[in-house]
Each structure stands twice: as structure tokens, then as C-alpha cells.
Ligand binder design. Structure first.
Ligand SMILES: NC(=O)c1ccc[n+]([C@@H]2O[C@H](COP(=O)([O-])OP(=O)(O)OC[C@H]3O[C@@H](n4cnc5c(N)ncnc54)[C@H](O)[C@@H]3O)[C@@H](O)[C@H]2O)c1
Length: 667
């Protein structure tokens, strides 16, 4: 048997690997819709065969056509490697470029069984968040990364490695685009077709950019959201004991709600239709108990509230049935939300009431029109119940999953007026004004040694930096700093690491730069044993233009533009990023968002020090400048502070017009 390095360097041109049967004991992606015409199916097969020499075409053409018929997509299962895909110490990957090796580690993390939602279909999260379209793309990419030098850049088109191009040491090692299409061809049905043809993919956010760190990232964001939702609702600080939070979804990101609920000390019920998903979260300890019987569940919830337990309870069933029961029993949650995958409403992201999970999956592929009707009917009822409970005092928010958008399209009663929804998106009320406008966003790092001891040292360093910043921080950001100091102190105890040795916290530009510089220094001094990958979620200050989520608190009419996200990607590329990515889709659906991210490997060198300063500064302040131009008060404050700190920063500031002048205008 060849060792790992030999296998990664192996060519797919040699003999064909043994045919593989899909593993049955893991979660698989739903069958994709049969959207191609006969001519297009032939094109899809021809497209797939481009990767192989003609000697293999006869066998593979038949095999790929079977995959296309059976699964609606050609995954090339046969080419999944024999070795276990998991994050390993950076030195275990064959490489000529350390930067390239760090990217191999990050890809391996996104696709390992412990992390990926549908590992065999190369989906990391969100039911369609692809790292690659097929296993040959994975293999070719790993081989390119193993062979490339610091004088080359790997160009990736939606999972397809176009090739290595000569560049320079300071260029990114990989430039990724996912799902970029001509705007008129950016409807979900276009994605279905392009993905089936093998010419595009939905990279979600950190899936296709190799920056997913497991559910920890989202646990942190969710914790911040729940605490601040509580502060908004109760105006009485952060004590949520004895209060009730109801939501749905225990999947890739939504699963974080159960854990975050417990961290916040609130009683949390999460409805989840897929039993396998509940079992996974239960075995991880993120879900404490689960019930299929609504009467039993209600009894348990009442007791948990009385006893002020910090507990997460899963309901195995449809969220709409849960809302209905709570309404009937007059159990009014204090906080409510939804995190089904409504960015993908008609292809497995949301399930209708009145039928089993299995029957729904069947209807979805056999009669998509009927399935769509059932989904829309369910959404109307869903909103009706949320409205009734909200009238009784529940604070409900849209969790960036396109719930209000799709419910509105289904004809549900979600509108306050012609343009606005009745409920805020969590970014409008919480993330935007409290975090993004001040530059606070999901900064993260990964220890490439894969050694928990390194992670522990970084936690301590990050905490020290934040505590120092807190001492002289302006009032406006003290709460954010304090929440994150608390988070990082508890992080190890909360046992959040799944996959790579990674950590997340929210920090502003100053915090991110100071933490990163302190890491760089510690690597130089040998206190941390190996380089560190810095990155962030795309769901951040500058990385994402998404009118119903990240940029939903932009009120100057520019929320449907995507200059910020594109500029961010370009700006990061020449300020030192090791890899960069730009995506269409992610979070709220194809055609609904443009987002991007980066990875930056720091190794204790002077070059790393310069890149940290230049790239992280831009990566945050681009977004603050845009938010400030949109007249967001927090952002105006934050960008003025940054201009005081950095003489070379000169940002165009908005003037405010007196309302009296406007009121006198006649149109
Ligand atoms: N929390 C955040 O900050 C945040 C950030 C980004 C995105 N999101 C959005 O949240 C959504 C969920 O993401 P995910 O990665 O967890 O997706 P996922 O597909 O892994 O999980 C969604 C879960 O909802 C379940 N579900 C679907 N319909 C249901 C129903 N009617 N009743 C009960 N359960 C049902 C599914 O079985 C699935 O397990 C996405 O739209 C994502 O874009 C949230």
C-alpha cells in the first residue's frame, strides 16, 4: 500500500482504482433534480471525461451516466482516495511550498467525516456547500498543491483546478472563484443545471474557500446573537436562565443553536426532521435530550423552565408541528427563530408538514411541482404560527437562512409594508449595529501543527491582547470586547474543537491585527510549534454583500450592489493573502449574495508581520468605510478612530442633510 504522500502525488492517468460502493452509514446529499435534457446529459458525460485518457472512457462513460441518473450529479465516487481524509500536521502533506501545504490541511479539514455534512459528495455544510464538484477535482488539486512552488498560483474555477500559472512569491498561492456567472443566469435553476453539467458549483461560504472550522465558528456567532437578542428583549443584561428559545435545524450550522443555547443558559428547543442528524448532535453532547412525542416534550420544557436548566432539547419532527403545539399549550417562547436551509427551499433544505421525511424526499424528485406547493403551504402556516406567538410576546428574528424571503414568496403574511418584513434579520438588529459597523467579525485561526497545546497557547495570547485593549477601549466597543474575553476564557472548557485545532472570536481591525502579530511573535520565539493559518468566516464586516443578511442594515439603497465584496477579494489578493476566494451564493441562496474570504499563513517572519498589518487592516476597514458611507453611525465612529490611528487612511465621509430641506421638496 502506498503511503499518504505517494497517494497524493499519484496520477489519475494510471490504472483505474477499484469501483466504490457508497457508504451507507453516513449522511448523503439528497438526489439532485433531473434537470438536464438528453443533449445536456451527453454534454455532462463529455465534460466529465475530459479528465481522463481515452483508454478509460468506455468504462467511465457508463459509470458516470449511471451516477447522473441515480444521483443527479457525477461525483466520480470511484476516485475518492483510499486514505482517510482528515486534518494532519502540515509536515505530513507532500509539498514544496509551506503555503500550499497549509491549504491541503484546510481542504482535508473541510472534507473529513467529522466535519463534512455529506463527505462522499464533497459537501461541507448547508446541503449544497461544495468544496469540489467531484473526486477527481479533489485529487488533481491536492497533486497540484503538492507540486507547486512559491513562484506559482493555482487557479480554481468552481472546484475545477484550471492549472498552475507562473506568479511571484507575494502572490496568492490559490485564487478561487465559485459559482460566478453572468448575472442574468443566476437563478437557483441555473445552478442546478450548471452543477449537473459539471461547470459550476455552490461554494457556500467557507466550504468552497477551505475555511470551515466545524460548528465552533457558528456556535460563537450564535452565542453572540442569542445573548444580544436577550439584551434587546429583556433590557436586563445577559441572564437568560428560565427563559425559552425555540428554533429549528440541527445541521451543519444550525446545530450550533443547541450548544450556544446551553452556553447562554437558556432552555432551547430545536426541531429537526432528520433523525440521523439529531443522533449525531446528541452523541456529540450538543443536544442533551430528544423527543418525538410533543406532549412529553412540553412537560419536559415546563419543568426545565421552572428549574432554570441550561438545556438543549431536540424535537424529532417538523418545526411547524412544534410551533402549533406550543401555541395550543400556550407555551410562549421568549426568543424564536428558524434555521432550516431555506436558501435551498425546494431541493432538500426545508421539509413540508403532513408527510414523512422519506416520503418528502421521494416527492421532491418524483414530482417537484407538487413538492414546491407543499413547501409553500407549509411556509404560510409556519409564519401564521410565528405571528400568533409573536403577538403574545415572542421576539422572533430571521436567521439569515432566507426564511422571510421564501415565506414572502410563498404568500405568507410576513410583510409590515410594501417593502419591509415584520421581523428583523439578526444582522439588522444585532450583528450589524453592534458588531459589523464597529469592525467586529469572525476572526479565526488554525494551528497547522494540529497540536491542542498550540491552540491552548493561542487562546491565552488572544485573551491577553483583548484584556489589554479593553483597558483603554471606548464605551462603544467595551461590551463586544468583554463578551469575547468571556468566550475565549470558556472556549476550551466548552470543548468546541471538531477537526482542525482552530479557534474563533469576534474582534475589530485593531484586535485582529494585534492578536495576529502576537501569534507571529510567538511562532518566531518557538512558543508555538508551527505556522498558523489566519482567516475568517465570509459572514463578516467586508466579505459579504447580501441584502437580506450581512448588508441588511445598509439603508442608502446600495444593499443590492456587491462592490464591497469584490473589492475585498481583489484588495486582499495584493496585500498578502495566501489564498482568496469569491463566491456567488452562500447563506441565502444562489444569485442572492456575493461573498469572499481569505487564508493567510503566518510563520513568524518579517514578511508575515507586514502582511498581517496590510491585509487585515484592509480586510476590515473596507467594510467599515462602506458602512460609514451608508451613514451607519457606529461605522462613522469606527472609521474616524481608524483614521486617527493610521495616517495613510483617508476615507470619504458622508454629510447629513437636514430633514427640513428634504421635507420642502416637491416630487
Ligand atoms: N446561524 C447563522 O449565523 C447562519 C449563518 C449562515 C447561514 N445560516 C443559514 O442557516 C441555514 C441552515 O444552515 P445549515 O448549515 O445548518 O444547513 P443544514 O441543511 O445542514 O441544516 C438544516 C436542517 O434543517 C432541517 N430541516 C429542514 N426543514 C425542516 C423542517 N421543516 N422542520 C425541522 N427540521 C427541518 C434539515 O433536516 C437540516 O438538518 C442555511 O440557510 C444557512 O445559510 C445561518
Amino acid at each position: 500500500m502506498k503511503n499518504l504522500k505517494e497517494q497524493i502525488l499519484d496520477s489519475i492517468e494510471d490504472t483505474l482504482p477499484e469501483i466504490k460502493v457508497r457508504r451507507e452509514n453516513i449522511n448523503h446529499a439528497p438526489k439532485r433534480k433531473d434537470v438536464l435534457t438528453k443533449t445536456e446529459k451527453i454534454l455532462a458525460i463529455k465534460n466529465a471525461l475530459r479528465y481522463f485518457s481515452p483508454q478509460h472512457h468506455e468504462i467511465l462513460a457508463k459509470e458516470f451516466s449511471e451516477e447522473l441518473n441515480k444521483y443527479g450529479h457525477i461525483y466520480m465516487y470511484r476516485f475518492k482516495p483510499e486514505y482517510e481524509i482528515k486534518p494532519r500536521n502540515i509536515e505530513e502533506y507532500p509539498h514544496k511550498s509551506k503555503q500550499a501545504a497549509s491549504i491541503m490541511l484546510m481542504i482535508s479539514n473541510n472534507l473529513c467525516d467529522a466535519i463534512a455534512q455529506h463527505p462522499d459528495e464533497l459537501i461541507t455544510y448547508g446541503s449544497n456547500g461544495s468544496v469540489f464538484q467531484n473526486w477527481v477535482q479533489y485529487r488533481l488539486t491536492m497533486k497540484y498543491l503538492a507540486e507547486m512552488t512559491d513562484e506559482q498560483t493555482l487557479v480554481m474555477y468552481s472546484g475545477h483546478p484550471l492549472g498552475l500559472f507562473p506568479s511571484s512569491k507575494n502572490s496568492p498561492r490559490v485564487v478561487i472563484t465559485n459559482g460566478m456567472v453572468i448575472p442574468n443566469y443566476s437563478k437557483p435553476e441555473h445552478w442546478e443545471k450548471f452543477y449537473a453539467l459539471g461547470v459550476s458549483q455552490y461554494g457556500q461560504m467557507t466550504a468552497g474557500s477551505f475555511m470551515y472550522i466545524g460548528p465552533q465558528g457558528i456556535v460563537h456567532g450564535t452565542t453572540i446573537t442569542i445573548i444580544n437578542a436577550g439584551r434587546l428583549k429583556f433590557k436586563s443584561g445577559s441572564d437568560l436562565s428560565g427563559k425559552l428559545f425555540v428554533t429549528s435545524g440541527l445541521g451543519g450550522m444550525s446545530g450550533a443553536q443547541a450548544k450556544a443555547g446551553v452556553i447562554c443558559g437558556i432552555v432551547t428547543i430545536v426541531a429537526e426532521i432528520n433523525k440521523k442528524v439529531i443522533e449525531t448532535r446528541h452523541s456529540q453532547g450538543w443536544v442533551n435530550e430528544f423527543y418525538s412525542d410533543l406532549d412529553e416534550l412540553c412537560k419536559r420544557v415546563k419543568k426545565a423552565k421552572e428549574d432554570k436548566e441550561a438545556i438543549s432539547i431536540a424535537y424529532h419532527g417538523n418545526i411547524v408541528d412544534l410551533w402549533e403545539k406550543l401555541f395550543q399549550e400556550n407555551i410562549v417562547p421568549d426568543l424564536g427563530s428558524d434555521q432550516t436551509s431555506l436558501h435551498n427551499p425546494f431541493a432538500g433544505g426545508y421539509y413540508p408538514i403532513g408527510m414523512s421525511y422519506e416520503d418528502a424526499n421521494k416527492l421532491m424528485t418524483e414530482n417537484p411541482e407538487e413538492f414546491k406547493k407543499a413547501i409553500q403551504k407549509t411556509l404560510v402556516k409556519h409564519v401564521d404560527l410565528v405571528n400568533k406567538l409573536s403577538e403574545k410576546g415572542m421576539y422572533f428574528w430571521d436567521y439569515g437562512n432566507a426564511f422571510l424571503l421564501e415565506a414572502g414568496r410563498a404568500g405568507a403574511d410576513v410583510f409590515k409594508n410594501e417593502n419591509d418584513f415584520k421581523y428583523p434579520s439578526y444582522v439588522e438588529d444585532i450583528m450589524g449595529p453592534l458588531c459589523f459597523d464597529y469592525g467586529f467579525g469572525p476572526f479565526r485561526w488554525v494551528c497547522t501543527s494540529c497540536d491542542p497545546k498550540d491552540l491552548e497557547i493561542t487562546d491565552k495570547i488572544a485573551c491577553d491582547v483583548l484584556e489589554k485593549l479593553y483597558l483603554n477601549a471606548p464605551e462603544e466597543i467595551k461590551q463586544q470586547l468583554m463578551d469575547n474575553i468571556h468566550w475565549i476564557k470558556e472556549a476550551k472548557k466548552n470543548n468546541l474543537v471538531v477537526g482542525s485545532q482552530a479557534r474563533i472570536l469576534y474582534a475589530d481591525s485593531e484586535g485582529r491585527i494585534k492578536i495576529a502579530q502576537a501569534f507571529n511573535e510567538a511562532i518566531k520565539e518557538g512558543k508555538i510549534s508551527a505556522p498558523i493559518v489566519l482567516g475568517r468566516d465570509h459572514h463578516d464586516v467586508s466579505g459579504t454583500d447580501s441584502p437580506y443578511r450581512e448588508t441588511s442594515n445598509i439603508y442608502d439603497g446600495s444593499k443590492f450592489t456587491s462592490d464591497m465584496a469584490v473589492q475585498n477579494f481583489v484588495g486582499d489578493s495584493f496585500r498578502g493573502a495566501t489564498w482568496i476566494s469569491l463566491h456567488n451564493g452562500g447563506g441565502v441562496g444562489w444569485g442572492e449574495v456575493i461573498n469572499g474570504g481569505f487564508g493567510l499563513l503566518i510563520d513568524g517572519s518579517e514578511e508575515s508581520k507586514e502582511k498581517i498589518q496590510s491585509m487585515l487592516f484592509w480586510d476590515v476597514n473596507n467594510g467599515i468605510a462602506r458602512r460609514s458611507w451608508a451613514r451607519n453611525k457606529g461605522a462613522i465612529f469606527a472609521i474616524k478612530e481608524e483614521m486617527k490611528r493610521e495616517a495613510n487612511l483617508k476615507v470619504t465621509l458622508p454629510n447629513f442633510v437636514d430633514d427640513k430641506i428634504i421635507d420642502n421638496l416637491i416630487f
